[in-house]
Design a protein around this ligand. Structure first.
Ligand code: HEC
Length: 180
């Protein structure tokens, strides 16, 4: 009985002490997690060229394929838009880090590269909003904004033929072209 009373009276006290400690620890962890990537980013082990062909191009084509449909999209199709918009939205910051290709680090060090990468991510976020609201008009603006970012970055940075010779792969089309 005595033990019970003690533990009951101690409990609020324990909470009162534990809470600020937990909060401080949580904040410290959050802060170090937020600081780490900027200070010491993990090197991206693949090239921009390879990322473009397998991830960026691939995700964007799914979004454009959905945008091109002259009808309402199904639940499943909106989910597809959302899925690939997430990949592209995260792809922007990833591309901004550069990669293992011979010119990737030099490209990524420029302000223009960073802003095109950001613009691509922003366009993908519009596609995500379109998916959330099932808004075909918004999806169309997202698709236009998206292609503008690809073209403007390519105009400035993409060599005539890619440094590693990896091109848009028609063989991959069955992976991402849902419609002819
Ligand atoms: C921040 C700049 C940047 C953005 C944004 C960008 N690209 Fe690229 N892309 C490049 C560069 C640079 C290369 C060539 C890399 C190399 O040669 O090493 C490339 C290469 C490619 C290639 C392979 C080469 C080819 O011609 O087949 C494809 C496909 C591609 N990009 C598609 C896209 C698509 C689609 C988008 C938009 C959704 C996009 N890219 C957005 C910079 C960018």
């Amino acid at each position: 009985m005595q033990t019970n009373i003690t533990s009951f009276t101690l409990r609020p006290l324990l909470f009162a002490t534990a809470l600020p400690v937990c909060l401080a620890l949580g904040m410290a962890l959050t802060r170090s997690a937020a600081a780490a990537p900027a200070d010491d980013p993990l090197p991206v082990p693949v090239s921009i060229n390879a990322l473009m062909v397998t991830m960026i191009d691939h995700s964007a084509h799914h979004i454009w394929d959905m945008e091109a449909q002259d009808r309402d999209l199904s639940e499943e199709e909106w989910r597809t838009v959302e899925y690939f918009a997430i990949q592209l939205a995260a792809g922007g910051p990833l591309v901004a880090l550069g990669g293992s290709g011979s010119q990737d680090t030099a490209w990524a060090a420029t302000d223009q590269w960073r802003s095109y990468s950001q613009a691509m991510s922003n366009a993908a976020m519009i596609a995500m909003d379109a998916a959330k609201n099932k808004d075909k008009m918004l999806l169309s603006s997202a698709g236009d904004a998206l292609i503008a970012t690809c073209l403007s970055c390519h105009e400035q940075f993409k060599p005539e033929s890619p440094t590693e010779g990896i091109l848009h792969q028609p063989e991959y089309d069955h992976l991402y072209h849902l419609f002819e």
